[in-house]
Design a protein around this ligand. Sequence first.
Ligand SMILES: [Ca+2]
Length: 178
Amino acid sequence: MTLVPLAEEMVLSDFVIIRHNQLVRIGDDPTKPDDPKDSFGNTILPQPELKQKFLAEFRWPMGGAVLTLNVSQLTASQANVPIFINGKPIGEICRYFGAETRQQRAWEYWYSQTICFRADVLNESGDNEIVIPRSPIDPKKAEPAFDDEYDDFFIKDVVLWYKQMQGGWFSRLQRLLG
Ligand SMILES: [Ca+2]
C-alpha cells in the first residue's frame, strides 16, 4: 500500500505528556504528616531533581515548542528554577510569593506556567531528556528545623506541545503498513 502525502510541507501540532497528574517533589525537607500522598497512600519524598526521558518524534525544527506545567510552593527560592532539555536551558520556572511555604497544606495552591522555546533543542527521533533541578533556598527564608538547603516545591501535569512534520507520520504509516 502506498500513501501519498497531500502536502508534505504542512505541519501538524502534537503533544506529549511528560508527567501526568502525579506530584513530583523536588527539594530536601523531611516529610510532615499532612504532606501530599501518592495513589498508594505513601508520602511523596523529595527528589534531588526531576529527570525524565520522553519522545518528540518528527518535531519540526523550524517551529517553536511550548512546555506547560503546574507548580506549587516555589516561594522561598533564591532564584527562578532553570529547566534543561537535552542539557540546554530552555527557560525557567518563576518563583512566586504570597503563598507561605509552611502554611497548612500550602502545596494545594497551584500555579500554571508556560515556557516557549526553539524546537531544534528537541531530538526528532530517539530519547529526549528533561531535567528540573532543586533550587537553593533564600537564607532569610530557611527554617533551621528543616535543615533547609533547598526550597522544596512540587510540579505536576508537565506537557510539551510541538509542531510535527506531517510527512514524518506518512513515512511511519507507510512503514507500519508495509
Ligand atoms: Ca527545603
